[in-house]
Design a protein around this ligand. Structure first.
Ligand code: GSH
Length: 203
């Protein structure tokens, strides 16, 4: 299978980390959807990465969908519970982390527009979403090693990716201050080879 990904996309990084943790072989096709020569719209009409192209030619896109597909391959370790409310809870944690990413990407892109065109209201709204979500995650992980269950799961991975993305794009968020449990979770995950090998390039 081939993964179309840009090296800076946190959503694509989620899939690269899942593939690495599960030791699943794949070809990484680096493609930035923002560049005119991009081939991403040929496989994903939304023009977004990540997109996973199977050997059969079937394509899956949107990182939660790709993550769900990877679980069907039954490669170890399982990063989602097999079903029931436990699986819903992990997907909820993933959605919360993806929501932080959506807000961070939006605030970052807004801040890159010419100053006169920037909406400070919109940027503040995104920062409010990020702060509330981080506070909720801190509450959920306090006194525990992992957010859901007793082992590292998809929710933990996605949260750590979102925290790394805040360090990269919105360092002024200063998310560690007052959030020791989230800081500890991040430290535990950021040192894993799958994270170290996928650190986004600066710039
Ligand atoms: N919900 C999607 C978000 C993917 C996404 O927004 N990717 C960005 C890169 S970080 C992208 O490809 N943007 C190009 C565009 O919006 O045209 C997912 O989880 O895969």
């Amino acid at each position: 299978m081939k993964l179309l990904a840009s090296l800076t996309s946190p959503y694509a990084r989620k899939i690269r980390i899942l593939l690495a943790e599960k030791h699943l072989p794949f070809e990484l096709v680096v493609d930035s959807p923002w560049e005119s020569a991009t081939r991403v719209p040929e496989v994903n009409p939304l023009g977004k990465v990540p997109a996973l192209v199977l050997d059969s030619g079937e394509v899956f896109f949107d990182s939660p969908v790709i993550a769900g597909y990877l679980e069907t391959l039954e490669a170890q370790p399982a990063l989602l519970p097999p079903g029931g409310i436990e699986r819903v809870r992990v997907r909820q944690t993933e959605a919360l982390a993806d929501g932080i990413l959506d807000a961070a990407v939006s605030a970052f892109l807004e801040s890159r527009r010419p100053e006169a065109q920037q909406s400070t209201v919109s940027i503040a709204r995104q920062h409010d979403k990020i702060r509330r979500s981080l506070d909720e995650l801190e509450k959920r992980v306090t006194g525990r090693d992992w957010l859901d269950g007793n082992t590292m799961l998809l929710g933990d991975i996605t949260v750590a990716i979102a925290l790394d993305y805040l360090d990269l794009r919105l360092p002024q968020t200063d998310w560690r201050t007052g959030r020791p449990a989230l800081t500890a979770l991040h430290e535990r995950l950021a040192s894993r080879p799958s994270f170290v090998d996928t650190v986004p390039p600066a710039g």
